[in-house]
Design a protein around this ligand. Structure first.
Ligand SMILES: [Zn+2]
Length: 211
């Protein structure tokens, strides 16, 4: 794969700005007025997942949080701040948790080939594997095992999302966004909706301090 140089990237940017202005001279004026994105996208940091390109969405449509293997971590203050801001201030209508096949984080968790801190980060995925070991091990190829783990990981992250106090509070106020679990198949470029059922994870609504 040929990569663009930094100079080319800056030139591409200028060309893109010119093209956008030719289509609509007020494009950036409108963009600069602020954001009200309808979607919060939680995905993997993988460089191949340029979701705006995959979905044909425009700047201003997706509010984004990305980390290795699209984790919804209840101790990640960065993620929790984004979730709170997205729900309470941006009032997003939908939350998309998107994993992908061919994920290095999933591979690292299953095959134990990580080095450094990534090993700690993907440990929750190892737990998912251990909980579903029989079903995953029964699959005939390593690719299918990894793909299944990627899907189960999405399901688990959706479940985690429903366990945040932010989501529970939103549910109690009937303001909770709809949650979708997706897997992107990099080999085909297509998005697969896993149709994750979220009903069983919707805990009694959180209505205040009970300590
Ligand atoms: Zn990944």
């Amino acid at each position: 794969m040929k990569y663009h140089s930094i100079e080319e990237i800056i030139k591409n940017n200028q060309a893109w700005v010119s093209q956008k202005l030719a289509e609509d001279s007020t494009y950036f004026d409108k963009l600069a007025t602020g954001q009200k994105p309808p979607y919060l996208y939680i995905g993997c940091s993988d460089s191949r997942l340029a979701l705006t390109r995959f979905t044909g969405t425009e700047p201003g449509e997706l509010f984004v949080h990305r980390n290795i293997a699209n984790q919804v971590s209840l101790t990640d203050i960065n993620f929790l701040a984004i979730l709170e801001y997205a729900i309470s201030y941006l009032e997003v209508k939908d939350i998309i948790v998107a994993g992908h096949y061919g994920c290095g984080g999933i591979k690292a968790a299953l095959l134990g080939i990580t080095i450094g801190l990534v090993d700690n980060w993907v440990n929750p995925i190892r737990e998912i594997y251990l909980q579903n070991q029989d079903k995953i091990d029964a699959l005939p190829t390593q690719e299918e095992k990894l793909n299944r783990l990627a899907e189960l990981n999405v399901q688990m992250q959706v479940k985690n999302l429903y366990q945040t106090s932010i989501m529970r509070q939103a549910l109690g106020q009937q303001k909770a966004p709809t949650v979708h679990g997706w897997v992107v198949d990099i080999q085909t470029g297509l998005i697969k909706d896993l149709q994750v059922s979220t009903k069983q994870w919707q805990l009694p609504s959180f209505s205040g301090l009970v300590l």
